[in-house]
Design a protein around this ligand. Structure first.
Ligand SMILES: [Zn+2]
Length: 90
């Protein structure tokens, strides 16, 4: 896991693809369902290489759509930052 994580400001996007910063596999897609003033950061942990995505700065309410073959294992909130643990499913 790299120490110098960058934050991607994607708060205006309707759909945000989150991929692993290390192996670049697609992990999940965040789809905006409602415009709100709620801002949060989201990071996804990669089940393929145990790396993680960059932090994505989002605004609004989103639906989480895991990529094919993946599911959401756990979600941890830390100071308004959400960390999603993705897992491989068959
Ligand atoms: Zn990875």
């Amino acid at each position: 896991m790299a120490e110098d994580k960058k934050i991607l400001d994607v708060s205006d996007f309707e759909e945000v693809n989150i991929s692993c910063a290390d192996c670049e596999k697609q992990l999940l897609q965040m789809v905006k369902v409602e415009k709100t003033d709620t801002e949060f950061e989201i990071t996804a942990n990669c089940p393929y290489c145990n790396g993680s995505s960059w932090a994505n700065q989002l605004k609004g309410r989103y639906y989480q759509n895991p990529s094919d073959g993946l599911g959401l294992d756990d979600m941890i909130e830390k100071d308004g930052n959400f960390v999603l643990d993705m897992k491989k499913i068959k």
